[in-house]
Each structure stands twice: as structure tokens, then as C-alpha cells.
Design a protein around this ligand. Structure first.
Ligand SMILES: CC(C)(COP(=O)(O)OP(=O)(O)OC[C@H]1O[C@@H](n2cnc3c(N)ncnc32)[C@H](O)[C@@H]1OP(=O)(O)O)[C@@H](O)C(=O)NCCC(=O)NCCS
Length: 198
């Protein structure tokens, strides 16, 4: 999809509307956000288990999946109906570096308490952009509130040598937007990703 020459990103609302009027299909309307990362501030969180140096999760994907799927219910703007197939179509290729860029293993983690994988964060080194939040999620149960913010602060503390951490958040994903703002991310641009008419 990323290599499809008919898929373009535009950063101007009028241009996006004109392309849509001409038959382009909107794939994603999203904010690009950026955080300046602190230096020399690394700390551990006992429940955040980093990925191995080979980009394997600290426990099997089958154990990570329930919390991941619970974070993206059908009414979520980024819901994907693929369910368990997302291990092979999304989680493995994105952590293996086959999609956005190599995983930064020391700053990517699964949050585990009493054997339950209740959250996760994937950070990749995106060519031309640097560290990039590929995904962050948590089990929606109230016990785990605040996990996304904690994961992001922890990861930012482990990005010594990099200047910034970037991400894209779908317009309408207000919980994630507020979590990002709480961490200190600021909005840089708003982008419309469109597939142009054939
Ligand atoms: C993004 C995410 C990891 C943040 O987790 P978190 O740090 O635990 O934060 P919460 O989800 O508890 O909520 C963040 C804020 O949004 C608020 N919020 C929660 N649900 C909301 C909703 N439906 N609409 C608006 N605000 C909402 C919370 O009250 C909180 O506000 P506060 O900062 O003023 O206290 C978590 O919301 C999540 O897993 N979302 C689903 C997956 C997802 O969207 N990932 C990001 C993809 S870009």
C-alpha cells in the first residue's frame, strides 16, 4: 500500500476536498504529532517488558492479542475486523521492520501484570522521520487507565541520541489525542491520505 503511486498524502483541506470531489478515496485523515525527547533520563518500569534484540515480543503474540483486540473495538476509528489474523498481517511485519522501519527494541514493550498482557507500545525507526510510534494500546478495563501515557513516557526516556518521537493519530481518536497531548506531543500538521481515481 505504501508503494502504490496512486496513494498520496496532502496537507491542505481544500486540496483534499478537490481531490475527493474528483473521485479520490479518503483512506485516513490524521494529525501528525511530535515530541522532543529528553536525554539521559532512562528509567525502568517493572511491568514494561521490552522486545528482545531480535524484535520478538517478551511473550507470545497469542498472549498479547486479547489486550490488543480489546483496545480496538468495532466502534474505534482504527478498528480492523481481521481479528487474530492481525498477528500475521500487522503485528509481525511491523515489528520485523518489513513495513515502516526497524523496531527500536529497547523502547518497545508489552505491559504485563499477573501474566496478563494489558498494553503495548511499538516504536520504529522510520526512514526520514526517526523514532515513530507505530502503535500504542491498552486493555480498556479501568484498572489499566493511564497505561498509554506511562508507556510513552517510559519509551521517550529510552531514546537517547534521537531528537524527536513522531506519530500519526486518526482524527476522531480523541482518547489517544488527549493521551499524546498529556505526554507533551504537539500537533505538527493534519494529513489526508487519499487513493487517487484510476
Ligand atoms: C491511546 C491509549 C493507549 C491511551 O491510553 P491511556 O494513557 O491509558 O489513556 P486513556 O485511554 O485512559 O485516556 C486518555 C484521555 O482521554 C480521555 N478519554 C478516554 N476515552 C475517551 C473518549 N472516548 N473520548 C474522549 N476522551 C476520552 C481520558 O479521560 C483521558 O483524559 P485525561 O488525559 O484528561 O485524563 C488508549 O486510549 C488506547 O488503547 N486506545 C485504543 C488504541 C488506540 O487508539 N491507540 C492509538 C492509535 S494512534
Amino acid at each position: 500500500m505504501l508503494d502504490d503511486p496512486r496513494v498520496v498524502s496532502v496537507f491542505d483541506a481544500e486540496e483534499a476536498q478537490a481531490l475527493i470531489a474528483g473521485g479520490a478515496v479518503l483512506q485516513r485523515h490524521a494529525h501528525v504529532m511530535r515530541l522532543r525527547v529528553p536525554q539521559n533520563s532512562a528509567y525502568d518500569e517493572p511491568e514494561f517488558l521490552p522486545f528482545t534484540a531480535d524484535a520478538d515480543p517478551p511473550l507470545p503474540w497469542d498472549d498479547v492479542l486479547p489486550g490488543f483486540l480489546a483496545a480496538y473495538p468495532p466502534d474505534h476509528p482504527d478498528h480492523d475486523a481481521a481479528g487474530p489474523a492481525l498477528i500475521d498481517s500487522y503485528l509481525i511485519p511491523y515489528t520485523r521492520g518489513a513495513a515502516l522501519g526497524p523496531l527500536i527494541c529497547r523502547a518497545s514493550a508489552i505491559a504485563v501484570r499477573d501474566g496478563h498482557a494489558y498494553g503495548g507500545l511499538l516504536i520504529v525507526d522510520r526512514p526520514g522521520e526517526g523514532p515513530w510510534v507505530c502503535d500504542v494500546w491498552r486493555d480498556p478495563a479501568p484498572d489499566y487507565a493511564g497505561t498509554g501515557v506511562r508507556l510513552l513516557r517510559w519509551a521517550a526516556s529510552r531514546l537517547d541520541g534521537y531528537d524527536t518521537l513522531g506519530l500519526v493519530v486518526t482524527v476522531g481518536n480523541d482518547a489517544a489525542l488527549r493521551a499524546y497531548e498529556r505526554v507533551g506531543f504537539t500537533r505538527e500538521t493534519t494529513a489526508w491520505r487519499l487513493r487517487l481515481a484510476d
